[in-house]
Design a binder for this molecule. Sequence first.
Ligand code: AMP
Ligand code: ZN
Length: 485
Amino acid sequence: MTVVPFVFQNSKSGKKESFLPKDPSHVTIYSCGPTVYNFAHIGNIRSFLFVDILRRSLLLGGYKLNQSMNITDIDDKIINESIKRKISVEEFTKPWTEAFFKDLETLHVQKLEHYPKATESIDAMVGLVETLRSNGLVYEKDGNLYFSIQKFSRYGELSKIDVSGMKAGVRYDADEYEKDDVRDFVLWKNQKSEEEKCWHTRIGNGRPGWHLECSAMIRKVYGSGVDIHTGGIDLLFPHHENEAAQSIGAYPNEEFVGTWLHCEHLLVDGEKMSKSKGNFYTLRDILEKGYDPNSIRYHLISAHYRSKLNFSLGKLEESKIAMERIQNTIYRVLEVGNLWDLVPKHYDEFHFSALDLQNINLEFMNSLADDLNVPKALASVFELVRIGNQYLDANDSNVDTKYLNEIVQLFYKMNELFAVFQFTKQVQSLEGISEEWILEQIELRKTAKQNKDFSTADRIRKELEEKGILLADTKEGKTTWKKAQ
Ligand code: AMP
Ligand code: ZN
């Protein structure tokens, strides 16, 4: 199979390297996912959108993917909160897991092949600890099992942490600990109180340490290491260093990760957005301020993943305006070319005959292949906007529909990455409302009526009326709509 050659800044070497997956038709990617104890903030969401950009770029490059993101549903905060609320861990994490998936859907993040949960991977964790134990890397203290980093010579290789000051037998029990402090970390925690969630296993009654979860889930899903492993930059040390220590410690003759990719932070007033600092927005917070999901997605993906992004509502507003400029050109081309009914071809099957479009297409792909340079890819989008507008300005009454068709195809392909642009007709003078959305509302109303939920059906009709859209039910049972005069 022919694929676009990519290069990535690999955290392992600290350099840009050619991406050489073992099998381009089966690229394995693992990403550290959310700890489900609250709504994700948009900093977390930036790291999930980065995974989406990685996915969509590689798909555009012709690769086939087998991708996973874990759900951390065991951690200190989760255990403590569920004890406080007197509910099970599962009851506590369920709504937060659902909220996480809802957020991803709202932001048009593509579904991955696997979402392994820590609670469903205990066997794999126990097996991994046993392998580590037989390799002489585990010791016990007060019923807890620890990884002995002194016995693992490659400790520090990934994060380049200074291990010279490390002392044997100095330990951390907690899931979170001070940065840059090199100590043995806990693999398995003994149950401390009756009410604490506990698994009865061959290695004791207790629960896993956070780092163990990811190593075990990778092994469980793939039976090996992975081509790419991603996470936020804050995870490089200790989380990823410890993951690597466990996985390489257990399987020293195998490669654990080919390429490590780390996404930079979203900042607020120059500081990392985080729950503990309280300086965060959730997706809901921003939607409630009247921003649409597309502008939020566009804003969070438009910076390079390795650049810090300072978040402010003012900057979000600027992104919204830039996005609308692109959208307006798409509408203009569709309108002038009368291409509203065009069903775009899949990007794999479309070849551009116009030379200028061929070049933009090539530039666009080259930018993505160069360590996911979305800002540069965006420059190609704006080049297309410029070319499109210039062509329409110059050829208002005598347009070449074939050329316009190709412009639409290229926008369509670019939208496979951005996933924020519309290609269906907007209702004239009903700003921001697409026909697609109205038809969705009509469908929802129909379902509500079928379920005899007449209050919902009435509410939908009223909401549409308030937006200037009138519904009429025909004798045949169909519903049509028109603009109010
Ligand atoms: P958590 O739910 O805390 O386990 O974090 C989920 C992901 O969000 C991890 O990959 C973190 O590195 C990432 N993350 C946390 N805070 C930020 C931030 N301010 N900007 C970007 N990524 C973040
Ligand atoms: Zn992880």
